[in-house]
Design a protein around this ligand. Structure first.
Ligand code: SF4
Length: 309
């Protein structure tokens, strides 16, 4: 195996096919609602995320699970994906999460959020849930370059992300880190440093994304004005291959590309054909003798740039 895939991990852990059940639980994002900034990350359009079922939280889960049962899939991970799913007072967050826990075959809960909105009381609650379900907190780093984080209006620093990961790990929660390769102004050195930083934190899962230009975003305007040049597909393949090779063996490589809904996509330089991209990555890794862990050192790279809001 070149790397540890999500399918392999699920198979080992649950012994059967396991699918995610995406939920929109009605949270907002502190980077959109003014808690931290307004406008959101310049690449973000929340409507480009995975489609969920209709209705309230419980209905969304039940409807999707019914469909999965028809396909003979009997293990489920509840995936709170849209917005920042810890961005609410604890009692509200708790009510929303528990509204989704409506089937005995729910094995895990994955919570997409930001490193700046996971206060201690929420961590304690998630740690408590973790005694019954496999709880994973998904945190976006996107880049280990603070200058890029400021330019993309990310609203938090690399240091804040590092602290967020460590706080989750301290209470026993698993962590998934997200990276984007191709943000404006960045090059291969940035992509490699981003992967190295994630690897040094020994996270449980990583998701790599190529920068996709999504309609209706600030970046779409920049792209139309000719201010953004996307990396080539070959450059992206090199970046992801390196990213996999620096990860420790324990890290699940869960995603290899952006997954924006096609109708929302303005531009991308990487094929949306998953198999084609995977084959290219595998070919590159084989040609360069790379496997997960081959280049892992565990050393924290230097964080580039100072952050201020
Ligand atoms: S990418 Fe995430 S953190 Fe950034 S604006 Fe969108 S929902 Fe908020």
């Amino acid at each position: 195996m070149r790397y540890k895939t999500l399918r392999q991990f699920y198979q080992e852990k649950y012994g059967d096919r396991t699918f995610k059940v995406p939920v929109d639980a009605g949270f907002s994002c502190p980077n959109i609602d003014g808690t931290i900034t307004r406008g959101g990350c310049t690449y973000c359009n929340i409507h480009s995320f995975t489609m969920v079922e209709e209705g309230d939280i419980t209905s969304q889960v039940k409807l999707r699970i019914d469909k999965l049962k028809e396909r003979e899939i009997f293990n489920y991970i509840i995936y709170f994906q849209s917005y920042s799913n810890t961005h609410a007072p604890l009692n509200i967050m708790r009510r929303r999460i528990e509204a989704a826990l409506v089937d005995d075959a729910i094995r895990g809960i994955y919570i997409g959020t930001r490193s700046d909105v996971i206060e201690d009381n929420k961590l304690d609650y998630l740690a408590q849930l973790n005694t019954k379900y496999d709880v994973m907190v998904e945190l976006g780093l996107q880049t280990a370059n603070n200058i890029t984080l400021m330019q993309t209006n990310r609203g938090h620093s690399v240091e804040n992300f590092v602290e967020g990961v460590r706080r989750c790990q301290e209470v026993g929660l698993e962590v998934c880190a997200h990276a984007i390769f191709g943000l404006p102004g960045e090059n291969m050195d940035d992509y490699k440093r981003t992967a190295e930083l994630i690897a040094a934190l020994n996270v449980d899962m990583v998701k790599f994304h190529n920068l996709e230009i999504i309609k209706g975003t600030a970046m779409a305007k920049m792209y139309k004005n000719g201010e953004i040049q996307l990396p080539t597909e070959d450059e992206y393949v090199e970046a992801v291959s390196y990213g996999i090779a620096v990860m420790p063996p324990k890290t699940i490589v869960s995603r290899l590309q952006g997954e924006a809904v096609e109708s929302m996509l303005l531009a991308t330089s990487v094929t949306h054909n998953k198999n084609l991209l995977i084959n290219k990555i595998h070919k590159y890794m084989d040609e360069h003798n790379l496997k997960q862990g081959t280049l892992h050192t565990g050393k924290m790279p230097k964080i580039y740039g100072e952050f201020s809001l």
